[in-house]
Design a protein around this ligand. Sequence first.
Ligand SMILES: *Cc1c(COP(=O)(O)O)cnc(C)c1O
Length: 355
Amino acid sequence: MKKHNFSAGPSILPREVIEETAKGVLDFNGSGLSVMEISHRSKDFQAVMDEAVALFKELLNIPDGYSVLFLGGGASTQFCMVPYNFLEKKAAYLNTGVWAKKAMKEAKGFGETVEVASSAESTYTYIPKDYTVPADADYFHITTNNTIYGTEILKDPDSPVPMVADMSSDILSRPVDVSKYICIYGGAQKNLAPAGVTFVIVKNEAVGKVSRYIPTMLNYQTHIDGGSMFNTPPVLPIYSAMLTLRWIKAQGGVKEMERRAIEKAAMLYGEIDRNKLFVGTAAKEDRSRMNICFVMAPEYKELEADFLKFATERGMVGIKGHRSVGGFRASCYNALPKESVQALIDCMQEFEKLH
Ligand SMILES: *Cc1c(COP(=O)(O)O)cnc(C)c1O
């Protein structure tokens, strides 16, 4: 049976990327060696790193003066690297979910941390809009896509101070005005690569301004200077990331990813709103294109386990909602084909007919 992979992360990658990665694992560039068993400083691997950086810059239209880094440690390590490197006196955070809150918690260890707004009181079903960012903050941190709650900031906000963004789960799904940010980071396992690599886009001149000592490995300058090769980088996930970036370019770039994301989200939200059995959980104006969350309508609550079983039997994978929201979450990342969204919609319609 064909599987439709809606997993939230690690998540679906383009089939071609998985096949090319597998080939490189067995025989990299016809060298007779695996990409896993050659030096990260070899000419062949350096070419992979250079291409990954160049494609990232090209696809996201990253201005001059920024570096693209591929590091270990996950987005969660960035929660502390960001304040370590940028927080001198004060930082501002928008609390839109568990990940945003975790990022904010780390900042508190480095200086005054202002929560400009929060939607915690409604289990993060919306993105707060009325807030003021202190003009004397060193940076304003946002989480552009809230993977657990299915809300998304689709337009780069205006801010009186430079922004930092966790884009773990919506990177490369829409064009971004990178010039508004001093740092954009994320775990690659949602929309880019297998788990194990973290991408960081950092503005070079924003680094080196704080007065504290920063441990070598946690200092962005180390990795800017070392071209992500200060220590051994996660070579295999970087190879896959490069292949995904090639794939995105071949498909038509980030604009095309956005067009597909809009189309897939419109299809699935359309069905959620039409079908009497289901309701969406996020405020309509803040609905995520990447993680689409829905629950059974109150009068059909007892059918939740039945629908999960029904859909699973028809090849749907990873649609169980996060435990803090319940219900269902269909993650529709770049690599998820429209046909999978249609297959889920078919399940929802068939199930409706039975009830
Ligand atoms: C998954 C996720 C994280 C955590 O990423 P790790 O790489 O596992 O540390 C952080 N932020 C967001 C928005 C996420 O979706």
